[in-house]
Design a protein around this ligand. Structure first.
Ligand code: UDP
Ligand code: MG
Length: 305
């Protein structure tokens, strides 16, 4: 049995050595037949040099270096594409996901007969504001996508080759791998863990990147936004129907002619409704365009094995 560990890294020079040492320790405890694939997502610090340094005495480390920063979902994809293990683990490179959990993930998969085992966070240590954002996203995503179990599950997970082959058959450009991993089905299990704070350095995903990822997740797994146009249209029609009766009654009872306020109000109303839905439509148009461009998800500058 061969085990592959996929780690995306972006400007993680401060954690790299500790990360790889801990990972090698844990994996050696399971089997000597493993590979660690570090995907350097266009780092601008000494991450790549550190990886090469580690590679000089640990040949089971594979380094994939991108031509520029493509984002961590692209980095995971590249790692998965190049992995050869019977079991594959996805893990963040900032030690928020403890490598020491990998044996439990594997045990659960082997003994429970699961194809995919998700590490599920019972707690987060990202600070109040970020925790709140993550909670809100997970709540919305769960409701909108109908994937009830997806709550508190991120990238950290283990899957066997047949699940991986299924996952990799999806070549969409706006990818949210944790969502896709649920979407493909198979037998899925969970192992709970407490998420640590980042070992060193700052979070590499800026809020804008997290926002983009959240929008990708919601728009690729829910039809609700586009359906909202229709439902709002129906609701608007009902309101207009009653307003129409009111206007007719006022006209025939001679209370008041159409006033300034109702005119302005309706202009505002139409204005904001149209803007909101142009925005939603824009999301789909943009995504369709993005997919039809069919650009590669990532570009590799160098592979070191
Ligand atoms: N990462 C990456 N490319 C990026 C941003 C982040 O490969 O553009 C890596 C990063 O090095 C880390 C993982 O993805 O290993 C998760 O990033 P981070 O800890 O910043 O995200 P968060 O914990 O806030 O979700
Ligand atoms: Mg992190």
């Amino acid at each position: 049995m061969k085990l592959s560990l996929i780690i995306p890294v972006y400007n993680e020079e401060e954690v790299i050595d500790l990360l790889l040492r801990r990972a090698v320790d844990v994996l050696s405890g399971i089997t000597e037949n493993f590979e660690i694939i570090c995907v350097d997502d266009g780092s601008s610090d000494r991450t790549f040099e550190k990886l090469v340094g580690f590679h000089s005495h640990e040949r089971r480390l594979k380094i994939i270096s991108f031509s520029r920063n493509f984002g961590h979902q692209a980095a995971y994809t590249a790692g998965l594409d190049h992995s050869s293990g019977d079991y594959v683990v996805m893990m963040d490179g900032d030690l928020q996901d403890p490598p020491e959990l990998i044996p439990s993930l594997l045990e659960k998969a082997v003994e429970g007969g699961y194809d995919i085992v998700h590490a599920r966070r019972t707690g987060r240590n990202d600070g109040f504001f970020k925790n709140l954002l993550f909670e809100t996203f997970h709540f919305l995503f769960k409701k909108l996508s109908g994937m009830e179990e997806a709550r508190n599950v991120g990238n950290f997970s283990l899957m066997n080759r047949r699940a991986l082959v299924a996952l990799l058959s999806f070549r969409e450009k706006s990818r949210y791998l944790p969502g896709l991993r649920f979407f493909i089905g198979f037998r899925q299990g969970f192992v709970d863990y407490e998420r640590d704070a980042r070992a060193k350095g700052e979070a590499k995903m800026r809020l804008s990147a997290l926002y983009r990822l959240a929008m990708d997740a919601i728009f690729s797994f829910s039809e609700l936004p586009i359906r909202l146009c229709f439902f709002t249209g129906i609701a608007g029609m009902l309101i207009c129907f009653f307003a129409f009766i009111y206007v007719l009654v006022s006209k025939f009872t001679g209370i008041a002619p159409f006033g300034w306020s109702s005119t302005t109000l309706s202009i505002y109303f139409m204005g904001f409704i149209q803007l909101i839905f142009l925005g939603i439509l824009g999301e789909y148009v943009f995504r369709t365009y993005h997919e039809s461009q069919n650009r590669p998800v990532y570009l590799i500058r160098e592979i070191i094995e």
